[in-house]
Every structure is written in C-alpha cells, then in structure tokens.
Design a protein around this ligand. Sequence first.
Ligand SMILES: Cc1cc2nc3c(=O)[nH]c(=O)nc-3n(C[C@H](O)[C@H](O)[C@H](O)COP(=O)(O)OP(=O)(O)OC[C@H]3O[C@@H](n4cnc5c(N)ncnc54)[C@H](O)[C@@H]3O)c2cc1C
Length: 382
Amino acid sequence: MATFQFDLLDLPPEAQALRDEVRAFLTTTVGDRAGHRRARSWGGFDREFSRKVGERGWIGMMWPKKYGGHERSALERYVVLEEMLAAGAPVSAHWVADRQSGPLLLRFGTEAQRERFLPRIARGELAFAIGMSEPDSGSDLASIRTRAEPVTGGYRVNGTKVWTSNAHISDYMIALFRTRVVPDKKHEGLSQFLVDTKTPGITIRPIIDLAGGHHFNEVVFQDAFVPEDMRVGEEGNGWKQVSTELAFERSGPERYLSSIQLVIETIREVGQEPGERAAVTVGRLVAHLATLRQMSLSVAGMLQAGQNPNLEAAVVKDVGTSFEQEIPETVHALLGVEPRLGSGSQFERTLGYLVQHAPSFSLRGGTREILRGIIARGLGLR
Ligand SMILES: Cc1cc2nc3c(=O)[nH]c(=O)nc-3n(C[C@H](O)[C@H](O)[C@H](O)COP(=O)(O)OP(=O)(O)OC[C@H]3O[C@@H](n4cnc5c(N)ncnc54)[C@H](O)[C@@H]3O)c2cc1C
C-alpha cells in the first residue's frame, strides 16, 4: 500500500524575525478587535487592511519579483499566514487571490495575464472569488453545466454558479465553464476563465447563510461575453487546472485554525489556575493544535521542496477541519456557558459565532467524504 509521511521541520532563523515584524504590524492594525470579530478568521473583508499587507510585501510572497512578488520561501509565507490567522486579521480581500488565483495564473496564465494581474494582487488591490460550484454540481464538480460557447473574439457564457464567496465585493472570479460538450466524458471540454464581476450579463444575488450573514452568492450568467484573452490556460485543460487550484486551496493553515479565537478565549476563561477537567481539555486542544501545526508546516516544507503534497494536504484538511469543528462543542461541554449573539461576554459571543459557522468548515473547499476519497485514492485503496 502507498503511504504518506509528514517530516518534521524547523523554521529557519529568519522566520522568527519575520514573525516579530508581522506581530508588531498586527498589533497596530488589528490589535484592539474584539474576540467575536477576530473569530471571523479569514472571512473578514477589509480592502484597506489588504493594501497595507501588500505594502509590507506579504502578498504574493513566493512569486517572482518581475510580477510584483517577493521571492520568499513557502516557510516564510507560512509564518505570515499563521500570524494573520492567530490574530483574526481581516484577510479575505486578498486571501483567495494570494492563495490560489495568483498561483494559478503563474502556472497556467499567459504572460499578458501575469503582467496585468499579479502586481495588482501583490499590492492588495484586487479581490478574487472562486466560481466552481453550481446548483447541481458541488462534490461532483466535473458535472458543471455553465456553457462558454466560442463566439467572435471570445465566449458567450450562460449558466449559474452558487456559494460564490464574496463575489459581490470581488473584482474578478476565476470560473470553470464548459467550452465543449464531450459525450460521456465530463472531465473533458472544461476551461477556466478570468471573469470581471462587473461584466454586463452577470447578475450577483445574495445567498444568506445559516447565521443570517451574506458572504456567498448566486452568480447568474446570461449571454455574458468573456474575451478570448481572459481564458486561463488551454481550452479543455480546465479539469487538470482546477485540480491544481484545489490543491492550493486545501493546503494552508486556515484548515485547522478557524476556531483558534475560541481556544484563546477558553484559555482566558479558565484562568491561570484551571481545575483538573479544564486543564485536561485545554491540554488536549493545545496538543492537537501543536500536532496539526507540525503537519501543516510539513506540507509547506514539501511545497518549498517543489513536491506535490496533494495527499498530505487532504489529510491535514480532513483532520484539521474535524478538529476546528469540534472545538465549540468541546468548550461548551467544559464550561456550560451558552453561545450568545449580539450581546454577552467575549467568550459567549465568540462561542456564538463559531457554533453557527463550524458546520461549514468541513464543506468549504471540498467535503470530508470527498477528501477521504482523495486520500484513499492516494493510498491506492480505490
Ligand atoms: C462557507 C462555504 C463557502 C463556499 N465558497 C465557495 C466558493 O467561493 N466557490 C465555490 O465554487 N463553491 C463554494 N462553496 C461550495 C462548496 O465547495 C460545496 O458546498 C462543496 O463542494 C459540496 O458541494 P454541495 O454543497 O453541492 O454538496 P453535495 O456535493 O451535494 O454533497 C452533499 C453531501 O453528499 C456527500 N457526497 C457527495 N458526493 C459523494 C461521494 N461521491 N461519495 C461520498 N459522499 C458524497 C458530500 O460529502 C456531502 O456530505 C462554499 C461552501 C461553503 C460551505
């Protein structure tokens, strides 16, 4: 049977200096935010904050300098990401572009696309959304039906995307469309496009989430024109590309740190001298965090070494999202404090936010069952 391995690694000495810099920056920019606002984790959207992060050189950190990048290592990038998440910084306006849209353009985009988009992403000026899921195609992404028909100078697009996070406040979306129907071969004939969200023929409607918030959307295309030069990669190469994009999407520390603010509030709540039960619970949470961090860091190390850690990233996402999803229930059982919204203590409100949002942690970016299928395939079990 195939197997996988997470090699332990130590961060290089320069990482500590960078960590101190990022912490100092975060203290001045987001230091006074309340726990329940920090709990939004990578969901907080603030363009001004993203511009400041861009000015510091912390977006597109690994990209070539000629595209506005900074040619730093995956491990240095990891330090920036984990500090941002630990502080609950509002990173969402640059997160998707930095994590997956930019790297996708670097790998598959044209030179003109790289020159046009990457420097602006690295400056924190462009927000990207992900246009993959459709009303009848989530896990079975290859069954998407949104058509991009070739017309003079480009493509005419018709169809509907759903659950498109931040589409209403993003500048562009990387979308997967069907450019050709190949009977009985659903993985063929797919292509990716850079879509300007202001394109005529695109209607973006809110989908209100379980917690009453608006972050995702339904995006309807009615004869929307997308120019030829906005196609990313070869026509028909979309499935391979989207698989690469999903690997970028799944490999980061945001897949186990979504409930970190609640861990912090719990430690504050149980105080300096916790009872035995509290000490055991907090000890378990911290031990899990430390282990997941080593695994996640190991994935960053593999990326740095030019490997393709798809399997390991899927393992971290599966174990990590299960962990971050369990935290609200674990601390609720420990402290018996009820979750609250709108008013209440920092702890109650942070718990309130996370009780409502935790169910989605194992859905976004690919469900648990799908990840386990990927892991099984990677191990040669299916
Ligand atoms: C907070 C959040 C943000 C999101 N943001 C975006 C976004 O920005 N862009 C975007 O494109 N999408 C986004 N999504 C959509 C997300 O990718 C899908 O919800 C996810 O892929 C599952 O698809 P689905 O909802 O259609 O469920 P389905 O695919 O219908 O799955 C329903 C259930 O069946 C299970 N299942 C399905 N197929 C199998 C199988 N073969 N074997 C075993 N079990 C199976 C699933 O695991 C799941 O439990 C977001 C989702 C959430 C929750």
